[in-house]
Design a protein around this ligand. Structure first.
Ligand SMILES: [Zn+2]
Length: 79
């Protein structure tokens, strides 16, 4: 049994919003955010999260849209 928690980037423009999101199999939002933070996400307060691009972090490779925590699956972590 695993919950699916998806974090969405909350960066907004007049024309729309950032489409970046990250799916995790974390059991809690806190756990999902902790994992996302490892990838450069900047969890904010409430429902506000920012992707690596809009968090100010410099991540060289951002190609892992899904975070597996329970259990880790190395074959999914292609970067
Ligand atoms: Zn973004």
């Amino acid at each position: 049994m695993s919950a699916r928690i998806t974090l969405h980037c909350n960066r907004m423009w007049p024309e729309g919003s950032c489409p970046t999101q990250v799916m995790t199999d974390a059991r809690t939002v806190e756990e999902a955010r902790a994992a996302a933070r490892q990838l450069g996400w900047r969890p904010g307060t409430g429902e506000t999260d920012f992707c690596p691009t809009h968090s100010g972090a410099s991540i060289g490779c951002w190609s892992t849209p899904v975070i597996h925590l329970h259990p880790p699956t190395p074959e999914e972590a292609g970067c």
